[in-house]
Write a protein that binds this ligand. Structure first.
Ligand code: TXA
Ligand code: MG
Length: 345
């Protein structure tokens, strides 16, 4: 684990050229990078993460990099969106160029491209001069890492270098937008919301799988192959619920003695619940009126639940609007059950 300096960036560049992988910070989550044109680098990503090889990778590029070597055409909507949101947490799916290996796209004829906004990511892309494929730098099935320490916990001993750029600002992975269909479709919600996209290019659809929040069966081929895997799951059983603090208190009081119970919620919710009086672990996401803060803390909170050895975790359902849609998408994906008692599902 090294701070981002000219020296560590030079070391990272050498590793990438040698077909190695390097973890680095982005504004969304930490990425595990490899040179997009290194077969061994790409193979090492799947190996280090234990990731299924049909799940395609995002190609990360520096400001000013040549997009035309990566895609076969740039859809008209892409130009407007790149202008407005790049660098930033928006990944665009475009028709792939011939140079892009099927190992990157999982055999699809499209490729995902993103220009990250984190200064360290930009420096790495600029200093190396390489396009980098980079999935989130967690081991497959764990929450995406939002600190260098999370990466270290998951991948220590399996990768040669982690660049430490502090905690990630957004804390949820980028919005993935497919521009290869007749209408733009959000395949994964993120900090660039549907409303923000529509303000630039008009109507944008959301893939039904995002809102259904259901896990897809193995034989289904969803648009973003990553969507079919259970993600971000803590070891304990996570139940998302819209129960009020008063309602939840009744559940916590007779907590089964063999369970280690925790609650992941906003500060205001926890204040009313006072879970610690019941020997229940409180994990605070932040201020209920600050969705950015809640989003930035979600993945760390799920990791904390594991570290505390919790076996039963209640998660407070949060409003799924704006950035809240991405937040709830990840929260529900991590859960094994949802209990709605105050509204319809
Ligand atoms: O914020 C992010 O996007 C982070 C940081 C490191 O940049 N990266 C990230 O990568 O989240 P990953 O590999 O964990 O997620 C990529 C998602 C997956 O759901 C994958 O299926 C989808 O993008 N994807 C990639 N290429 C695709 C393609 N050609 N068509 C459809 N979906 C694609
Ligand atoms: Mg991931």
């Amino acid at each position: 684990m090294l701070n981002v300096t000219e020296q560590s960036l030079a070391m990272a560049t050498q590793l990438l050229l040698d077909g190695q992988v390097v973890a680095f910070p982005t504004e969304t989550v930490y990425g595990l990078g490899a040179w997009a044109f290194s077969e061994s680098g790409v193979a090492r990503i799947y190996e280090a993460k234990g990731r299924p090889s049909d799940n395609p990778l995002i190609v990360h590029i520096a400001p000013g990099a040549d997009l035309h070597s990566l895609v076969s055409s740039v859809p008209p909507a892409a130009s407007a969106l790149m202008q407005r949101f790049w660098p930033g947490p928006l990944t665009l799916i475009m028709p792939k160029g011939p140079a892009i290996s099927p190992r990157i796209t999982g055999g699809l004829d499209t490729v995902a491209i993103r220009m990250p906004a984190h200064p360290a990511a930009i420096r790495l892309l600029e200093v190396s001069g390489l396009p980098l494929v980079a999935p989130s730098a967690n081991s497959s099935g764990k929450p995406s890492p939002t600190t260098a320490r999370h990466v270290w916990e998951d991948l220590q001993g399996r990768i040669p270098l982690i660049l430490d750029g502090g905690p990630c600002g957004v804390g949820l992975e980028s919005t993935v937008l497919d521009l290869t269909e007749s209408r733009p479709v959000i395949l994964r919600p993120g900090a660039i919301t549907q409303a923000m996209l529509e303000a630039v290019i008009g109507p944008v659809e959301v893939d039904p799988a995002v809102r259904r929040n259901a896990l897809l069966a193995d034989h289904v081929k969803p648009k973003a192959p990553g969507m079919k895997y259970r993600h971000y799951a803590p070891k304990g059983k996570l139940i998302i619920t819209d129960a009020t603090p008063e309602q939840m208190r009744a559940w916590l009081t007779p907590a089964a003695p063999q369970e280690r119970v925790g609650v992941v919620a906003t500060r205001q919710y926890l204040d009313k619940l006072q879970p610690d009086e019941r020997q229940v672990t409180a994990i605070c996401l932040g201020d209920q009126d600050n969705t950015e803060e809640l989003a930035a803390h979600l993945f760390g909170a799920l990791r904390k639940a594991d570290q505390q050895g919790l076996t039963l975790i209640y998660g407070q359902a949060l409003p799924a609007e704006g950035l809240g849609e991405a937040l709830m998408n990840r929260f529900i994906k991590a859960s094994s059950q949802q209990i709605w008692i105050n509204r319809r599902k």
